[in-house]
Ligand binder design. Sequence first.
Ligand code: SF4
Ligand code: SF4
Length: 185
Amino acid sequence: MTTIQKTLKGLWSLIVGLKVTGKEFCRPWITVHYPRQEVDNLDSYRGHIDLVPLSDNPRVARCIVCRRCEDVCPSSCIRIEGHVPGEEKEDSPRQLLLISNVPLPDSVAREPVHSTDKFLRILDGFTLNYNLCSLCGLCVQTCPVSSLAFSKDVYLASGSRKDFEFDLLKRLRDRAGSARLKKAA
Ligand code: SF4
Ligand code: SF4
């Protein structure tokens, strides 16, 4: 191949490349210029899990403390604390009766306050270690009362793992508080 042929070939390849670049340059952007802009199509986005409140009380989670989500989570990143009213141990108020008449090994031996397996449990704490979560969704699928949903928290960033250990009960109450303030404004 002569030098002229090589030059023409190189020029043609340059023109083809510029044509592709020019075409893409004129197309509308499909990404946003974060942090100046943020996306608004988060309907199908799966952020970390969050507690869903009762429809008539935004400060109270729908959770019935069945612990199925805690059991099913493959990464052991959920921790739940709760109690049955009347079954609290004075120095350790987090003790639970798993089913009627069957206390946890170290809970206080006393007569059960309920005679059936169906009784009220109070949720005292719900923490998520998002560092470990694989967003598999098993907890959301397993919850019998739809008390878990994926958040739309897309812009999470931190240099500390501690910042990804979430107190979901506190988040629920904070959300309820800010919703009330917005309503009052
Ligand atoms: S989405 Fe999966 S890994 Fe994450 S908390 Fe739920 S069950 Fe665990
Ligand atoms: S599965 Fe649902 S109701 Fe049961 S403990 Fe988890 S969030 Fe609560």
